[in-house]
Design a protein around this ligand. Sequence first.
Ligand code: PHE
Length: 339
Amino acid sequence: MEQELKALLATALSEITAVSSEPSLEDFRLRYLGKKGLLTALSSKMREVPADQRSSVGALLNEARDGISSAIDQKKSALQAALDALQAAGLDITLPGRPLPTGGLHPMTQVLDRAVSILRRMGFALATGPEVETEWHCFDALNTPADHPARNESDTFYFSNGLLLRTHTSSVQVRTMQQQAPPVRIIAPGSAFRRDEIDATHLSAFNQLEGLYVAPNVSLADLKGTLSHFFRALFGPNTEIRFRPHFFPFTEPSYEVDVKLTPKGQAPRWVELLGCGMVDPAVFEAICNSRNDEVYHPDRVTGFAFGMGLERLAMLQWGIPDIRHLIENDVRFLSQFSA
Ligand code: PHE
C-alpha cells in the first residue's frame, strides 16, 4: 500500500507537467481525486491495512492527496497567468476577429455616378466650368435682367472685384456654346452657391446637374422624352413625371418637373425635382454676339436645357430627412450607404 501510494503520487506529479489547458486539468483532477478516481480507490483499501500501520499509511494518503491537490492549484494559476500575459500583450485568443472597416462611396457620389451614367448612355458628354464666375456668364448671357432678384447681394456671393460664386450651373451652358459649335449635348455637374439660410432643405453650397442639347430642330418632345427616360432609369420603369409651367429668364417656355414618388409606407406624392425649358432665343443671340458668328442663330438651332439639385435627388432616393447629413461626414450616417 505504501509503495502504491508513493508510485501514484510520482506518476501524478509527472503527468501533470504535460497538462496545458483548463479542461485537461479538470480531467486530470477527476482521474485522481474524483469519486471513482485512482487515489479514492486506494483510500478505500485502508480497511485492509493492519491496525499498527494505519496511522503511517493514513499520513501518506493525506500527503499524496495534498501533493496532487496543490499541484493542481499551481497548474491552475500557471494556466491563468499564461492567459493573462496574452491578454496584457493585447492578444485575447478567445475574442472573435475584428472586421476591418472598408469605407464606401459617399451617397452624393453614388447619385452623381448614376445620373451621369444614365445621361451618358443617351449621348450627353461631360462639361465643366469655373465656380468663380463673371456676372456675364452667370446672368447677362442667360437673359437675366440687371434688376432680377437672383442678382441681389442678399442672394449671391460677390467678390470685391465683381466676380461671384455661380448661383447655378447654367453658366456652363454659356461657356460650352462659346467654345464649341452646335450640335452640343452636354451635362455639367458641379457646385452652386447661394446666400440661403441653412436648414433641413437648404445649404449655401450645393450641387446641381445641368443639361443642354442644342441642334437644328430640337423640340420640347425631345426634352420630355429625355427626362421621362432619365427618371424611369433612376426611379423605376413606372415612374410618372409632369411638367408644370414656370419661368426662367433663359428658357421659353419654362417648366418645373415633378416626379411622382411613393416614399416607403406613404401615399404617392408629386415632388419638384428640376427646372427646364427651351433655350430662349435671347441666349442664342448673346452667344452669337460673343462668338462673333451665326452658328447659334435662333433661326438655325433650337435647344433644351435642364438643371436639377443633386442633394434633393439623393434625399429622395434614400429618404434622407435632413440635407445637412450629407455634409457632416458622420460615419454613423455614411456607413449606411457603403455596400
Ligand atoms: N438654373 C436653374 C436653377 O438653378 C435651373 C434651370 C436650368 C432651369 C436649365 C432651366 C434650364 O434653378
